[in-house]
Design a protein around this ligand. Structure first.
Ligand SMILES: [Zn+2]
Ligand SMILES: [Zn+2]
Length: 116
């Protein structure tokens, strides 16, 4: 998402915020984009990956609450934003975001391997 008031003709890195924790984009914080300008940052993907993929937690989003990244109403478990319970990412998108961040040579991001 863009910070409110962002000039769409002149978007700065700091105008791009994670939809889930609202951290601004920085050189050290990778972001993955979803549909309609949604983004999730590396910190959130790490937490979501730990909880949903490794620990097997998470419930399907309530009917009508779509995944913020793929905009689909999916039955797989989803992770909820700590700031807004209506902002969710599905397990498939968590895994795709982790793949994308690991594949980006500009980031040092690696997925967590254990629950610790
Ligand atoms: Zn985040
Ligand atoms: Zn999704």
């Amino acid at each position: 998402m863009y910070r409110p008031g962002t000039d769409p003709e002149n978007v700065q890195m700091s105008d791009v915020l994670c939809d889930f924790c609202q951290s601004p984009w920085t050189e050290d914080l990778p972001l993955v984009e979803g549909h309609q300008g949604s983004v999730i940052c590396g910190k959130c993907v790490r937490v979501a990956y730990l909880q949903i993929v490794l620990a097997g937690a998470g419930e399907p989003a309530l009917p009508g609450l779509k995944c913020r990244l793929c905009l689909e109403d999916r039955d797989d478990p989803s992770w909820e934003s700590p700031l807004d319970g209506t902002v969710r990412i599905c397990k498939r998108c968590i895994e795709m975001a982790a793949d994308a961040m690991e594949a980006d040579p500009d980031t040092q991001w690696t997925r967590p391997r254990t629950e610790a």
